[in-house]
Design a protein around this ligand. Sequence first.
Ligand SMILES: Nc1ncnc2c1ncn2[C@@H]1O[C@H](COP(=O)(O)OP(=O)(O)OP(=O)(O)O)[C@@H](O)[C@H]1O
Ligand SMILES: [Mg+2]
Length: 251
Amino acid sequence: MTRNELVAEGLSVTFPGGMQALRNVDIRVGAGEIVGLVGESGSGKSTLGRVIVGLQNSYSGALRFADEALTPRRTRPQRCAIQMVFQDPYASLDPRMTVWQLIHELMVVHRIGTGREDRRQRCEDLMRRVHLPGALLDSRPTSMSGGQRQRVAIARALAVNPRFLVADEPTAALDVSVQAGIINLFADLRQEMGLSQLFISHNLAVVRSLCDRVAVIYRGEIVEMAPTGAIFDAPQHDYTRQLLAAAPDLP
Ligand SMILES: Nc1ncnc2c1ncn2[C@@H]1O[C@H](COP(=O)(O)OP(=O)(O)OP(=O)(O)O)[C@@H](O)[C@H]1O
Ligand SMILES: [Mg+2]
């Protein structure tokens, strides 16, 4: 069993108005592990991702990362350590800025790199990491394809040297033809950098191919969490069986 990287215990989130989006959620992600999170729309997947990444700070329960407690007031290293990749790469990138400007700005804010030259070098390394030509550093994301834009968003998340990624439906807005390339990139990042991940997806075939373990969430509760093979071959919970039965193209 791998060392725990992220541990959440008894997480609950109730939104103003009384909507209870998470109920007593326990989840563990090991170092270098990819855990899938599946469940129907509105089940609380994004809410859990946002709590983990520090975007949803109103919650009860405990979060630990790399053997440190995470509180709603995170340190800068803690904020850098856990990054999020969103569904829509269009929405999270300022259209007026070049890729270099977008990433450079972030490095300056988080005090990454020793100067302009060093940061340029780091940006070129990041472009290689996400399999984009270095020349695109001086282009604007608006001139790029959806797949390229998502790669830029991933490069940006990597710029602050995270140890953990929350990917929230990172291919759902993309053309089917480029989805596999992005999925492979998440696998490469784990392989090459040991990056731990919580991978949120509606696509069970993708979860099956990418993830080590899978958590199934239903109405804010984790109803089942098991190794990927067990989830798909011997689901224990009725809701997991329903999800699998409703998936159109599972082999
Ligand atoms: N800021 C908010 N205020 C009030 N309710 C919210 C807020 N954000 C989410 N909710 C509600 O919390 C529940 C869980 O939402 P969440 O976005 O986590 O679901 P999800 O599993 O990510 O769904 P989807 O698959 O559609 O992305 C939903 O009922 C949603 O309407
Ligand atoms: Mg969501």
